[in-house]
Ligand binder design. Structure first.
Ligand code: ATP
Ligand code: MG
Length: 272
Protein backbone atom coordinates (compact mmCIF):
# COMPACT_ATOMS: atom_id res chain seq x y z
CA UNK A 1 0.00 0.00 0.00
CA UNK A 2 2.67 2.49 1.01
CA UNK A 3 4.41 2.30 -2.38
CA UNK A 4 1.45 3.35 -4.46
CA UNK A 5 0.02 5.74 -1.90
CA UNK A 6 3.33 7.44 -1.24
CA UNK A 7 3.22 8.86 -4.78
CA UNK A 8 -0.14 10.49 -4.14
CA UNK A 9 0.05 13.96 -2.65
CA UNK A 10 -3.53 14.37 -1.43
CA UNK A 11 -6.26 11.84 -0.74
CA UNK A 12 -9.78 13.14 -0.22
CA UNK A 13 -12.67 10.92 0.90
CA UNK A 14 -16.12 12.03 -0.26
CA UNK A 15 -18.40 10.69 2.45
CA UNK A 16 -21.86 11.08 3.95
CA UNK A 17 -23.86 9.80 6.87
CA UNK A 18 -26.63 8.52 4.62
CA UNK A 19 -27.19 7.28 1.09
CA UNK A 20 -28.34 9.08 -2.01
CA UNK A 21 -27.16 12.58 -1.11
CA UNK A 22 -24.86 12.92 -4.13
CA UNK A 23 -21.44 11.57 -3.08
CA UNK A 24 -20.76 9.90 -6.42
CA UNK A 25 -21.96 12.94 -8.35
CA UNK A 26 -19.75 15.25 -6.27
CA UNK A 27 -16.73 12.89 -6.34
CA UNK A 28 -16.98 12.50 -10.11
CA UNK A 29 -17.36 16.17 -10.98
CA UNK A 30 -14.80 17.25 -8.39
CA UNK A 31 -12.25 14.82 -9.88
CA UNK A 32 -12.95 16.10 -13.40
CA UNK A 33 -12.70 19.71 -12.15
CA UNK A 34 -9.30 19.06 -10.57
CA UNK A 35 -8.08 17.48 -13.79
CA UNK A 36 -9.42 20.48 -15.74
CA UNK A 37 -7.53 22.78 -13.40
CA UNK A 38 -4.29 20.96 -14.22
CA UNK A 39 -3.90 18.52 -11.34
CA UNK A 40 -3.00 14.88 -11.94
CA UNK A 41 -6.11 13.21 -10.53
CA UNK A 42 -7.39 9.73 -9.77
CA UNK A 43 -10.84 8.57 -8.69
CA UNK A 44 -11.38 5.40 -6.67
CA UNK A 45 -14.88 3.98 -6.28
CA UNK A 46 -14.95 2.55 -2.75
CA UNK A 47 -18.65 1.72 -2.90
CA UNK A 48 -18.18 -2.02 -3.38
CA UNK A 49 -21.85 -2.86 -2.86
CA UNK A 50 -23.13 -0.24 -5.27
CA UNK A 51 -20.31 0.94 -7.52
CA UNK A 52 -21.61 3.86 -9.57
CA UNK A 53 -18.43 5.49 -10.85
CA UNK A 54 -18.38 3.46 -14.11
CA UNK A 55 -21.77 5.06 -14.82
CA UNK A 56 -21.10 8.58 -13.51
CA UNK A 57 -17.78 8.73 -15.43
CA UNK A 58 -19.34 7.31 -18.61
CA UNK A 59 -17.09 4.25 -18.42
CA UNK A 60 -19.41 1.25 -18.39
CA UNK A 61 -17.74 -1.66 -20.17
CA UNK A 62 -14.22 -0.25 -19.69
CA UNK A 63 -11.77 -3.00 -18.72
CA UNK A 64 -8.63 -2.28 -16.74
CA UNK A 65 -5.58 -4.38 -17.62
CA UNK A 66 -4.47 -6.72 -14.85
CA UNK A 67 -0.82 -7.87 -14.87
CA UNK A 68 0.51 -10.73 -12.81
CA UNK A 69 4.12 -10.97 -11.80
CA UNK A 70 4.51 -14.05 -9.61
CA UNK A 71 2.22 -13.46 -6.64
CA UNK A 72 1.98 -9.75 -7.31
CA UNK A 73 -0.94 -8.37 -9.20
CA UNK A 74 -1.05 -4.87 -10.61
CA UNK A 75 -4.03 -3.15 -12.18
CA UNK A 76 -3.77 -0.30 -14.68
CA UNK A 77 -6.48 2.29 -13.97
CA UNK A 78 -8.62 3.34 -16.92
CA UNK A 79 -8.93 6.95 -17.97
CA UNK A 80 -11.76 9.27 -18.96
CA UNK A 81 -12.16 13.07 -18.73
CA UNK A 82 -8.44 13.16 -17.89
CA UNK A 83 -8.97 11.19 -14.65
CA UNK A 84 -7.45 7.79 -13.75
CA UNK A 85 -10.31 5.65 -12.50
CA UNK A 86 -10.65 2.37 -10.62
CA UNK A 87 -13.85 0.63 -9.52
CA UNK A 88 -14.85 -2.91 -8.64
CA UNK A 89 -17.66 -2.24 -11.12
CA UNK A 90 -15.13 -2.73 -13.95
CA UNK A 91 -14.50 -6.28 -12.76
CA UNK A 92 -18.09 -7.50 -12.54
CA UNK A 93 -21.24 -7.66 -14.58
CA UNK A 94 -23.74 -4.89 -13.96
CA UNK A 95 -26.36 -7.23 -12.52
CA UNK A 96 -23.94 -9.15 -10.24
CA UNK A 97 -24.82 -8.91 -6.57
CA UNK A 98 -21.91 -8.44 -4.22
CA UNK A 99 -22.21 -10.79 -1.28
CA UNK A 100 -18.91 -10.26 0.49
CA UNK A 101 -19.09 -9.92 4.21
CA UNK A 102 -17.35 -7.01 5.91
CA UNK A 103 -13.77 -8.35 6.27
CA UNK A 104 -13.77 -9.73 2.72
CA UNK A 105 -15.05 -6.43 1.36
CA UNK A 106 -12.31 -4.59 3.25
CA UNK A 107 -9.73 -6.92 1.67
CA UNK A 108 -11.04 -6.32 -1.82
CA UNK A 109 -10.94 -2.59 -1.26
CA UNK A 110 -7.42 -2.73 0.11
CA UNK A 111 -6.35 -4.63 -3.02
CA UNK A 112 -7.98 -2.10 -5.33
CA UNK A 113 -6.16 0.66 -3.55
CA UNK A 114 -2.85 -1.19 -3.17
CA UNK A 115 -2.58 -2.87 -6.54
CA UNK A 116 -3.74 -0.06 -8.77
CA UNK A 117 -0.82 1.64 -10.50
CA UNK A 118 -1.89 5.21 -9.81
CA UNK A 119 1.52 6.73 -10.55
CA UNK A 120 2.24 10.29 -9.41
CA UNK A 121 -1.01 11.99 -8.50
CA UNK A 122 -1.80 15.39 -7.03
CA UNK A 123 -5.19 14.09 -5.90
CA UNK A 124 -6.91 10.78 -5.34
CA UNK A 125 -10.62 11.36 -4.78
CA UNK A 126 -12.38 8.42 -3.12
CA UNK A 127 -16.13 7.96 -3.57
CA UNK A 128 -17.14 6.38 -0.27
CA UNK A 129 -20.07 4.07 0.42
CA UNK A 130 -22.88 5.63 2.48
CA UNK A 131 -22.78 5.66 6.24
CA UNK A 132 -20.23 4.82 8.84
CA UNK A 133 -19.87 1.06 8.40
CA UNK A 134 -16.91 -1.34 8.16
CA UNK A 135 -15.62 -0.20 4.80
CA UNK A 136 -15.52 3.45 5.78
CA UNK A 137 -13.68 2.67 8.97
CA UNK A 138 -11.17 0.32 7.30
CA UNK A 139 -10.43 2.81 4.59
CA UNK A 140 -10.09 5.69 6.98
CA UNK A 141 -7.64 3.65 9.07
CA UNK A 142 -5.64 2.44 6.05
CA UNK A 143 -5.02 5.92 4.72
CA UNK A 144 -3.87 8.02 7.61
CA UNK A 145 -3.02 10.96 5.38
CA UNK A 146 -6.56 11.18 3.97
CA UNK A 147 -8.87 14.13 4.53
CA UNK A 148 -12.64 13.99 4.24
CA UNK A 149 -15.41 16.09 2.74
CA UNK A 150 -18.96 15.46 3.94
CA UNK A 151 -21.87 15.71 1.53
CA UNK A 152 -25.23 16.60 3.07
CA UNK A 153 -28.62 17.77 1.84
CA UNK A 154 -30.17 20.93 3.31
CA UNK A 155 -32.91 19.37 5.44
CA UNK A 156 -32.20 19.95 9.10
CA UNK A 157 -33.12 16.34 9.80
CA UNK A 158 -30.27 15.20 7.51
CA UNK A 159 -27.67 16.98 9.58
CA UNK A 160 -27.84 14.30 12.28
CA UNK A 161 -26.42 11.85 9.71
CA UNK A 162 -23.70 14.32 8.75
CA UNK A 163 -22.80 14.79 12.41
CA UNK A 164 -22.46 11.01 12.86
CA UNK A 165 -20.11 10.78 9.87
CA UNK A 166 -18.03 13.69 11.20
CA UNK A 167 -17.79 11.97 14.58
CA UNK A 168 -16.57 8.78 12.92
CA UNK A 169 -13.73 10.61 11.13
CA UNK A 170 -12.84 12.49 14.28
CA UNK A 171 -12.88 9.38 16.50
CA UNK A 172 -9.76 8.26 18.30
CA UNK A 173 -7.75 5.91 16.10
CA UNK A 174 -9.18 7.34 12.91
CA UNK A 175 -8.39 11.06 13.22
CA UNK A 176 -9.15 12.06 9.64
CA UNK A 177 -9.52 15.83 9.34
CA UNK A 178 -12.84 16.91 7.85
CA UNK A 179 -12.07 19.69 5.37
CA UNK A 180 -15.62 20.92 5.07
CA UNK A 181 -19.21 20.34 4.07
CA UNK A 182 -20.71 20.27 0.60
CA UNK A 183 -24.43 20.92 0.61
CA UNK A 184 -25.95 19.20 -2.43
CA UNK A 185 -29.45 19.75 -3.83
CA UNK A 186 -29.46 23.06 -1.93
CA UNK A 187 -32.21 24.45 -4.15
CA UNK A 188 -33.75 23.63 -7.50
CA UNK A 189 -32.79 25.67 -10.56
CA UNK A 190 -34.93 25.26 -13.71
CA UNK A 191 -32.63 24.89 -16.71
CA UNK A 192 -34.69 27.32 -18.81
CA UNK A 193 -34.72 29.92 -16.01
CA UNK A 194 -31.33 29.68 -14.31
CA UNK A 195 -31.98 32.89 -12.38
CA UNK A 196 -34.80 31.26 -10.41
CA UNK A 197 -34.30 29.25 -7.22
CA UNK A 198 -36.73 26.99 -5.42
CA UNK A 199 -35.87 25.64 -2.00
CA UNK A 200 -37.55 22.26 -2.12
CA UNK A 201 -35.92 20.62 0.87
CA UNK A 202 -35.67 23.46 3.36
CA UNK A 203 -32.67 25.63 3.93
CA UNK A 204 -29.63 26.08 6.09
CA UNK A 205 -28.80 22.50 7.14
CA UNK A 206 -25.32 22.53 5.60
CA UNK A 207 -24.48 25.95 7.03
CA UNK A 208 -25.69 24.98 10.49
CA UNK A 209 -23.76 21.73 10.54
CA UNK A 210 -20.62 23.49 9.29
CA UNK A 211 -20.94 26.07 12.09
CA UNK A 212 -21.55 23.38 14.68
CA UNK A 213 -18.52 21.36 13.56
CA UNK A 214 -16.45 24.51 13.12
CA UNK A 215 -15.55 23.67 9.52
CA UNK A 216 -16.29 25.58 6.31
CA UNK A 217 -19.26 25.12 4.00
CA UNK A 218 -17.28 24.54 0.79
CA UNK A 219 -20.14 24.70 -1.71
CA UNK A 220 -23.88 24.78 -2.20
CA UNK A 221 -24.75 22.74 -5.25
CA UNK A 222 -28.14 23.31 -6.82
CA UNK A 223 -30.37 20.55 -8.04
CA UNK A 224 -30.57 20.66 -11.83
CA UNK A 225 -33.00 18.42 -13.62
CA UNK A 226 -30.69 16.97 -16.29
CA UNK A 227 -27.97 15.73 -13.91
CA UNK A 228 -29.61 12.35 -13.56
CA UNK A 229 -30.27 12.04 -17.31
CA UNK A 230 -26.69 13.05 -18.16
CA UNK A 231 -25.41 10.44 -15.75
CA UNK A 232 -27.65 7.75 -17.25
CA UNK A 233 -26.26 8.72 -20.66
CA UNK A 234 -22.70 8.26 -19.35
CA UNK A 235 -21.87 11.97 -19.22
CA UNK A 236 -20.61 14.29 -16.51
CA UNK A 237 -21.79 17.91 -16.39
CA UNK A 238 -18.53 18.71 -18.22
CA UNK A 239 -19.96 17.11 -21.35
CA UNK A 240 -21.46 20.56 -22.01
CA UNK A 241 -19.14 23.52 -21.33
CA UNK A 242 -22.12 25.78 -20.65
CA UNK A 243 -23.78 23.54 -18.06
CA UNK A 244 -24.88 25.52 -14.99
CA UNK A 245 -22.93 23.21 -12.67
CA UNK A 246 -19.56 23.43 -14.45
CA UNK A 247 -18.58 26.64 -12.66
CA UNK A 248 -20.04 25.32 -9.37
CA UNK A 249 -17.76 22.27 -9.44
CA UNK A 250 -14.70 24.20 -10.69
CA UNK A 251 -15.23 26.62 -7.77
CA UNK A 252 -15.55 23.72 -5.34
CA UNK A 253 -12.22 22.32 -6.59
CA UNK A 254 -10.55 25.73 -6.15
CA UNK A 255 -11.99 26.16 -2.67
CA UNK A 256 -10.78 22.71 -1.67
CA UNK A 257 -7.30 23.44 -3.01
CA UNK A 258 -7.24 26.67 -0.96
CA UNK A 259 -8.33 24.84 2.18
CA UNK A 260 -5.50 22.36 1.65
CA UNK A 261 -3.10 25.33 1.30
CA UNK A 262 -1.87 24.12 -2.07
CA UNK A 263 -0.64 26.34 -4.87
CA UNK A 264 -3.36 26.88 -7.50
CA UNK A 265 -2.64 25.70 -11.02
CA UNK A 266 -3.94 27.42 -14.08
CA UNK A 267 -3.12 25.02 -16.82
CA UNK A 268 -6.10 25.55 -19.05
CA UNK A 269 -4.54 23.50 -21.86
CA UNK A 270 -5.17 20.20 -20.16
CA UNK A 271 -7.15 17.94 -22.46
CA UNK A 272 -10.24 16.20 -21.20
N1 ATP B 1 -27.17 18.40 -7.85
C1 ATP B 1 -27.93 17.45 -8.38
N2 ATP B 1 -28.95 17.77 -9.24
C2 ATP B 1 -29.74 16.80 -9.75
N3 ATP B 1 -29.61 15.49 -9.51
C3 ATP B 1 -28.62 15.11 -8.66
C4 ATP B 1 -27.72 16.05 -8.07
N4 ATP B 1 -26.84 15.39 -7.29
C5 ATP B 1 -27.15 14.08 -7.41
N5 ATP B 1 -28.21 13.91 -8.22
C6 ATP B 1 -28.87 12.63 -8.58
O1 ATP B 1 -29.29 12.02 -7.36
C7 ATP B 1 -29.07 10.62 -7.40
C8 ATP B 1 -28.16 10.21 -6.24
O2 ATP B 1 -26.88 10.78 -6.45
P1 ATP B 1 -25.54 9.95 -6.18
O3 ATP B 1 -25.60 8.61 -6.79
O4 ATP B 1 -24.41 10.85 -6.55
O5 ATP B 1 -25.65 9.82 -4.59
P2 ATP B 1 -24.76 8.94 -3.60
O6 ATP B 1 -24.68 9.70 -2.31
O7 ATP B 1 -23.48 8.58 -4.24
O8 ATP B 1 -25.68 7.66 -3.42
P3 ATP B 1 -25.24 6.27 -2.71
O9 ATP B 1 -25.27 6.55 -1.24
O10 ATP B 1 -26.30 5.32 -3.16
O11 ATP B 1 -23.86 5.92 -3.19
C9 ATP B 1 -28.48 10.32 -8.77
O12 ATP B 1 -29.52 9.94 -9.63
C10 ATP B 1 -27.90 11.66 -9.22
O13 ATP B 1 -27.88 11.80 -10.64
MG1 MG C 1 -22.60 6.68 -4.57
Amino acid sequence: MENQLSKIKNIVLIASGKGGVGKSTVATNLAVSLSREGYATGLLDADLYGPSVPLTMGMEGFQPTVNKNGDKESIQPVMNYGVKVMSIGFMMKKEDAVIWRGPMASNVLTQLLENTVWGDLDFLIIDMPPGTGDICITLAQKIPKAKAILVVTPQKIATADGRRAANMFRANGIDIPVLGIVENMSYFVPMQHPEERYTLFGEGGGQELAAELNIPLLAKIPMVEDVCGLCDAGKTVFASASHILVSTFLDLAQTMVEKLHLPAMNDTDVAI
